[in-house]
Design a protein around this ligand. Structure first.
Ligand SMILES: [Zn+2]
Length: 171
């Protein structure tokens, strides 16, 4: 697969692998048109992590963008949707000016039931990887510091399979 210009997968200080910019992106710029595969609930899939395009409709990112980490103060937003022909699409756009070396992040915005502790390190970290305004599951501490080594990690996708949605999925 062709490498997306301006992006590089690296070991991340946030979690696992991440993606850094190798060039400057201006606020509002399209960083990448995501290569991905649309799948529906019940169909075979390749991966745990997918964007949620609609109820039961998902988009598995299959290029470098799949390693973009979550942050509660992201510098990237994902726009995604379904075309009239029924194909999925997704695009990464810069929320602010991004300099070479900056790690790209977007808000995974998990549903409450799929929330996991967040350690993105942002000043205004919500403590959980969860959509803004939602409340983490009952009975869990909101400490972002402990992370079970057995818990699933979010190293990509705005959301995990039958789960969270692209923060601003559009038609
Ligand atoms: Zn966070």
């Amino acid at each position: 697969m062709a490498r997306i210009p301006g992006l590089q997968v690296v070991r991340s200080a946030i979690d696992g692998f991440g993606v850094v910019a190798t060039r400057r992106f201006r606020k509002g710029a399209v960083i990448a048109d995501v290569e991905g595969v649309l799948w529906r609930a019940g169909e075979p899939r390749d991966d745990t992590w997918s964007l949620v395009l609609d109820d039961g409709v998902f988009f598995d990112m299959v290029d470098q963008t799949r390693w973009v980490n979550h942050s509660c103060e992201p510098n990237v937003v994902v726009e995604a949707g379904i075309t009239r022909r029924g194909n999925g699409w997704a695009q990464l756009q810069a929320l602010r000016d991004i300099a070479p070396g900056d790690e790209l992040t977007y808000d995974y915005a998990f549903d409450a039931v799929h929330a996991v502790p967040c350690r993105c390190g942002a000043t205004r970290c919500r403590g959980w990887i969860i959509a803004p305004g939602l409340t983490p599951p009952d009975g869990r501490s909101s400490s972002a510091r402990s992370r079970s080594s057995t818990s699933p990690r979010s190293t990509r996708g705005p959301s995990r399979s039958p789960r969270a949605r692209a923060s601003r999925a559009s038609p």
